[in-house]
Design a protein around this ligand. Structure first.
Ligand SMILES: [Zn+2]
Length: 381
């Protein structure tokens, strides 16, 4: 990595570039000064220009000399990259990449839409010709999502409440409490931010809007009603604070975004963002692993399993992993974790090995209980 880092340092230090900019600035100052001298005294034109010429030439010379260095740096950086990553020029890998190209382009187009870069997404779709793989209705959906997110950031709950009310059944099916949380926030905004009429507005609002949520959220609604009594006495309350805090508005934006995406059957985070970030975190580990395996001339053949831990942040962990206590192998789709009647969990392959046949009883390796292989149940983590 040394050569690349060195060239990158050279480029990013920008010392040469800023020096060139200073040289050009100096030349401009000389020209401006010469103009004012000539304006003030036209008879001095010839002598002024004469003295200006060599100084100006020297200035431009310095500026271009410094830029030469910079151009050289860019050239070397490109060469260093090619040299370092020469194995990617492998024809087969290129072919494999080419067949994946439409999928990659689709992922990029989707990412741009999800980030709200609609113009760029459109240009991208046009220039790659792969944009059409993204359903056209999605753009309209994401535009609505951005409009509602922006309203929430401006602390306007109306559009989000309207959206949630229209999708009450779908949200309920997902056990989402988004709609109630929006109404709750609106109630608190009226109560604590509504001035003298605040309590009156809050009561009216709760009468109209809390009704459908009574059964499910009764205790929370009671607490919210209790706020009314204590409003005057409270110099600080977690409820009053919550409508002021930036974090509680961000929370409702996040909660809305995740529900909105879930109803579109998409994840809340852009998969391209997650994949590239996780990839960037994992790359040094993989690089080290490849070096060690090459040095020790070993190969890792287990599919769907890595011999190393990748230190990903918690939010990138979507499900637990299970390692069989007997075989010490991580379970996979084809070798899932199985719970046997005594409650101990083993990998499917281990159960099969222990039982030596479908109809013979085997003893649990961890307790005295014995059972039949067919009594083991697959568990989902
Ligand atoms: Zn057991």
């Amino acid at each position: 990595m040394d050569a690349i880092e060195k060239e990158l340092d050279r480029l990013t230090s920008r010392a040469n570039l800023s020096k060139s900019i200073k040289d050009i600035d100096r030349c401009l100052q000389m020209l401006v000064a010469a103009r004012s001298t000539i304006e003030a005294d036209p008879s001095a034109t010839a002598s002024t220009l004469q003295s200006l010429e060599p100084r100006l030439k020297a200035g431009f010379h310095d500026a271009t000399e410094n830029l030469k260095d910079l151009h050289g740096g860019i050239g070397k950086y490109g060469k260093a990259l090619d040299k370092k990553f020469k194995h990617t020029t492998n024809e087969n890998e290129f072919d494999a990449l080419a067949t994946q190209q439409p999928l990659i382009n689709r992922a990029i187009a989707m990412h741009l839409l999800r980030e709200g870069n609609f113009d760029i997404a459109e240009t991208f779709a046009k220039e790659t010709g792969h944009g059409h793989t993204v359903p056209s209705t999605l753009e309209a959906e994401f535009k609505e999502m951005f409009y509602i997110q922006e309203s929430l950031r401006q602390r306007q709950l109306g559009p989000a409440i309207e959206w949630a009310a229209k999708r009450r059944e779908q949200l309920e099916a997902r056990a989402s409490d988004l709609e109630f949380q929006l109404h709750r926030l609106q109630y608190l905004v009226f109560l604590f931010g509504g001035g003298v009429d605040g309590p009156k507005k809050a009561i009216e609002y709760s009468k109209t809007w809390f009704r459908p949520f009574q059964a499910k959220y009764l205790s929370e609604i009671s607490q919210l009603a209790g706020c009314l009594l204590w409003r005057e006495r409270m110099t600080s309350s977690p409820y009053a604070d919550s409508i002021e805090k930036e974090s509680s508005w961000q929370e409702i934006v996040d909660s809305f975004t995740s529900e909105f995406c879930a109803l579109l059957r998409l994840s809340a985070e852009s998969p391209l963002y997650v994949a590239t970030t996780a990839g960037a975190i994992a790359l040094p580990t993989f690089n080290k692993m490849a070096t060690i395996m090459k040095a020790k001339k070993t190969e890792w053949t287990s599919q769907n399993e890595l011999p190393v831990e990748v230190p990903l942040p918690d939010k990138f962990k979507y499900h637990s992993i299970f390692v069989c206590p007997v075989s010490k192998e991580q379970t996979t789709d084809s070798n899932p974790p199985m719970m046997i009647p005594c409650g101990h969990v083993l990998a499917k392959d281990t159960v099969q090995k222990l039982s030596r046949g479908a109809s013979s009883r085997y003893k649990c390796p961890y307790c005295p209980a014995d059972s039949l292989p067919k009594e083991a149940r697959e568990i989902y983590l």
